[in-house]
Design a protein around this ligand. Structure first.
Ligand SMILES: [Zn+2]
Length: 266
């Protein structure tokens, strides 16, 4: 058995989760499902109920999306106004809508036909391509920035996703990825009960080291990596406490999600 991310073949352990199991790599600390799915196509979200619920959830996470976009904008500087942004996995399109409000020219790739329809309604200026980032037909457009929140853990071949993001970026372009942190406080304390362990949905779970290996192998320069906590849905006292927790856990990189910003070299 070898690690799917760093190719280490020593000391890999398995962790039983419901009817499936994950392999844990002691070198890069990633986790991946075992046996690995044989299908070649990524699964899309399905079902009208899911779509409606997701749209309401995204509307309630507007500030959270704004904070992510603000970080990306800091990295591009003033040049971001009118710059081209591509979101991978736009869901109901609320982040896209925010991006247009902030001055980006934002487009997206979305696997689910149902979600793409909702995203087109929410963000009519955007071009939304229905497709899989793993085997996307080239469109000829190159972007100043790519953003993808909570998608990397779902894809069958993370390396291909990141390579394709690199192809879609202009030289010097910037990418932001967010994905669960396999070295978070929650993961360390909850073990096999960690809520991100979902063998049907989350095929690969990254640690800071594993994400660094993935991005540098593909040729990205990592500009910043940090952890985040909370879903952006907490309100009032819960929101305040989530922000305090986020800063404290962030100091030790123990937050529940990893957020990385990387640049395609010029
Ligand atoms: Zn590894």
């Amino acid at each position: 058995m070898i690690c799917r991310i760093c190719t280490n073949d020593k000391g890999l352990k398995t962790l039983r989760v419901r009817r499936a199991q994950y392999v844990q790599c002691p070198m890069c600390r990633c986790m991946f499902v075992d046996p690995y799915p044989r299908r070649e196509i990524n699964n899309a979200f399905q079902g009208v109920e899911t779509v409606e619920r997701l749209e309401i959830e995204e509307v309630n996470r507007r500030d959270y999306f704004d904070r992510r976009l603000a970080r990306l904008e800091n990295r591009l500087g003033k040049a971001y106004r009118g710059a081209r942004l591509l979101e991978i996995g736009c869901g109901a399109g609320i982040l896209l809508q925010e991006a247009w409000h902030r001055g980006w020219r934002a487009d997206a790739v979305e696997l689910s036909v149902e979600l793409a329809a909702v995203a087109r309604k929410n963000s009519p200026e955007a071009t939304i391509i229905i497709g899989d980032i793993q085997n996307l037909e080239p469109t000829g457009t190159q972007y100043d920035a790519v953003i993808s929140l909570d998608v990397l853990e779902h894809v069958l071949v993370p390396m291909t996703m990141v390579e394709n993001c690199r192809e879609l970026l202009k030289p010097g372009g910037v990418m932001m990825l967010q994905t669960p942190n396999s070295r978070s406080l929650r993961s360390r304390t909850q073990g096999a009960k960690w809520d991100m362990l979902d063998p049907d949905q989350h095929l690969n779970l990254f640690s800071p080291d594993a994400l660094r290996v993935l991005l540098t192998t593909v040729g990205f320069d990592i500009l910043e990596m940090s952890t985040a906590s909370g879903t952006g849905l907490e309100r009032g006292a819960a929101g305040w406490s989530a922000r305090v927790k986020e800063s404290l856990l962030g100091l030790l990189n123990l937050g529940s999600a990893l957020v990385v910003v990387a640049r395609k070299p010029v």
